[in-house]
Design a protein around this ligand. Sequence first.
Ligand code: KIV
Ligand code: ZN
Length: 517
Amino acid sequence: MNTPIPSAPAEIHIFDTTLRDGEQSPGCSMTPQQKLVMARGLADLGVDIIETGFPASSQSDREAHALIARDLRETTLAVLSRCLPGDIETSLRTLSASAKPRLHLFLSTSPLHREHKLRMSREQVLQSIDTHVRLARGHVDEIEFSAEDATRTEEDFLHQAIATAIAAGATTINLPDTVGFTTPEEIRAMFQRAIASVPGADKVIFSAHCHNDLGLAVANSLAAIEGGARQVEGSINGIGERAGNCAIEELVMALKVRNAFYNLDTRIDTRRIVPTSQLLSRLVGMPVQRNKAIVGANAFAHESGIHQHGMLRHRGTYEIMQPQDVGWPSSQMVLGRHSGRAAVEQRLRALGYWLEEEELKLVFEQFKALCEKQRVVGDADLQELMQDAAVSDGYRLASMTISDVGSRANALVELSDPDGNRISETAQGNGPVDALFSALAAATGVQLQLESYQVHSVGIGADARGEASLSVRCDGEEYEGTGTSKDIIEASALAWLDVANRLLRQRRVEQQEAAAA
Ligand code: KIV
Ligand code: ZN
């Protein structure tokens, strides 16, 4: 492992290009209104700069900028412009609506681009940088200059181009890996040498803009940071030209999770990451791949039995960050073919089923059989398994009689206990349900503090049944139970026993576990 970055300034600026580089990629175009919605999401996320588009290229980008500029007064808004007077003029007009404007000028510097795309000599490129940066700086304080295809540019010429842009007034120097060609070691050295040797480098912020053609965009951006870059450009979900840009969510979480190494923060509210990713995915209609780092549906899902078992003992065994830190509600234990008994038991307990060893063995066998038929076993499947499983369930109602005693009610209940013995008890109460619950408490020895009690009808006509639901408190914990019968008083008795049996089962299992520990 490398040694940590020594005395680096404390913050990385996040320059978001989801609405420009991201939006110009196939399948990701957005209307001005959609861009506005996304820009609000990005501002909430806490990005420092939003690049809204390329005004000279389309009326739609100009409209989008106008909408966003009216709405977002605290975030720096940038627009992209070629080094052409006409483009700059249009960009300046567009930017005039922004509270915090930045003009982003770019010109290719690599030999391939100079010769085949621009048909310009080195001198002409330097001249153009000087002229256009000066022109723009006469109108806007924040000028970013990008040396397009920097990573394939001769180093001496790249340094001349950077020096020219700084001397002409650029405030940020971006060195893009336009075609995703570089490697971490190369880009780190490129930034280090430029910052160390270009005159005026200490007066500007250096920025990285990495494409993902070799799947290295995030790694290269982190390496650029090690080399001294203090702004990183990227997009949500990594969308962008071809294989995309540096995925902001991945970069930000790498800096956060490995903060002891990088010693650098961002202003991003990481809990907004997943909502922002999902917002973009909905707006452009492009699903996030399931195994995508941080924001993919599987990023915090565990199915293998060994992993689930480890997670249940200590989540650090298989998770390096908390799902809640990036905006997921929780980790997910996906129950399927690879799951073990521990995970099934934990899920059953969360659903209120505390099983003894032998019962769990039986239910687990049934679970495995179900996994042969379906890929994932959900809560409803488990509930169904539990209904089918012949798990002996504590006290059972054998009979009950309710009668009136003056203004009060009398209840006689007969139960079979967990060992099959018959017990009966009577009690009086202020009504039939009150008397019934008192008789059940006397028969079982369980005292329940009723929190809520509801009865409603299920089905219609001759098939109608009463369903009673109870929620009770016992030893500070809340338990719920239900019972169904044609008779609502009997349904209430069944719901009460459902809760009592769960509670007794939980206590029994906890005692067994304590004894075994
Ligand atoms: O990839 C690139 O070089 C760019 C520049 C315009 C910054 O997107
Ligand atoms: Zn780009």
